[in-house]
Ligand binder design. Sequence first.
Ligand code: ZN
Length: 148
Amino acid sequence: MELDSLYQEVILDHYKNPAHKKLSANPTVSVHHVNPSCGDEITLNLILDGSKVKDVSWDGVGCSISQASTSIMTDLMIGKEVPEALSVVDEFTELMQSKGTLNGNEETLDDAVALAGVSKFPARVKCALLGWMAFKDASLQATGKNEG
Ligand code: ZN
């Protein structure tokens, strides 16, 4: 697969130096997600402070796309209110399902726009979405917990 070289650099940098790749203790919710088609696996720990994302940490193995995408996601989510974080997940999901027709809004997606090219490769879309889906799952579970 061929991606813009600048974007490749962003992805490689996150792959080599992943952000928040060390599970924090005492998470509000912990989830484990796998992408069997590629062999990617991640565990994600989410800590909420009220409705605010206080901490997202993770550990995992897999391809550079899955690992880099999860790293980018954690940087984006920490400090956001849950509804805002979930809308960013939706925006990224839409970008990944765009089959190369969208470039992504850098204001909201930041480094994640580097993954836009992945949407042209259906087999890799699940790799890119793995961490984001784990975050969404954890957030929904955590907010359900708070309400319950
Ligand atoms: Zn993968």
